[in-house]
Design a protein around this ligand. Sequence first.
Ligand SMILES: [Zn+2]
Length: 413
Amino acid sequence: MTTILKAKYLIPNPDNCIENGAVAVKGAKIYHVGTFDEIKTLADIDKIIDLGNAVILPGLINIHTHLDLTNLHNRIKPTSNFTHWVFQILGARIRWKEEDYMSSIEKGIKLCVESGTTTVADIANTGYSFSVLKKSPLRKVVYKEVIDLNPDHAKDVLKKTQSELSTIIPDDLLSIGLSPHAPYSVSRELYQAIAQFAVETDTPVCTHIAETRDEIEFLAKGTGSLPAFLKQIRAMPDNWQPPGLTPIQYLNETGILGNRPLLIHCNYVTDEEISLIKSSGASVAFCPMSHRFFGHTNHPVQKLLDAGINVGLGTDSLASNDTLSILDEMKYLSLNNSIPPNILLTMATINGAKTLGLESKVGQIKAGFEADLCGVRLSDTHTENIYRQLLDTASKNIFTMVAGNICYQAQSG
Ligand SMILES: [Zn+2]
């Protein structure tokens, strides 16, 4: 069974564009890539899908989201006060039942698939994320969230987490990770225990880090808005002492930086911390529109890229964004940042794949790779520049395929 997907353009990787391009898909894999004239001579072609005035891209990779917050869209007010935002979330979810979590995750999956995302890195606050995502057509790394600032609980929390994870069966499309939430919600002892467990079991790790100035003050001096917030939710241990370190220094000290973790946000990092990230081999998730939602300015993304750090794109959740579309994030950056469009596409594909350890399988349209593809209908702008057409506000994803399975195809017209 060979299916041919063709379009006006095909970008197999950000350095290349094939006019009148096509890709042959056999089973779950990419079989051949080239011009349609070359591809149409292949034997055993069962089906040809013509996307017309569109560009076929490697499926987009969203390296940070919380799909279980999708139903909170438009219910959380933009704020630069992080603890106020957390209180809004806690308040909005106070009466949530199983079906609310499930429908939220399902809605999030649908939005991802429709916008050309083929792989997500999702944070699982509950077990529902695993069960719902496992049934979805997406490729995914689901990170079990771990939260506990009390050092006395570290061993028990890890044990409980291990037993929860042991009930989840990974498969071709599902990998399991661990997400110690953040340095103001996870004790040093718990970070250490997770670091060791993750090395022994080859489990991917991610953590929210250097997200707010409050977090930096909390780690440096134990002051700012976080202690009062943590006391209010009864999460502040009596004997807690600030480490007197910057966020990345702290991760380094706990050992978790040695796991080459996915570092979520890195909104406020010093040059010294950037060097530490670089030498650790960790990746960074940049969530541009969520960054704007919280009123942060000047993300150090260019410095991180210049340092040779692997930076991918995330949407974060609809509790701090209006979209789960990585194409929308690229469009936003193309208007508000000077990163060249081919680098934006690299971040959304190859870098995302590297972050999740999937770079030999996805992120490019290449023979032997998984058939994870999307097709973006181009706007009728009067330009020959393919990237300008791709990142024009009117372009739209119309086709999504994961492992050879067509997950979404827009009605024509
Ligand atoms: Zn997050």
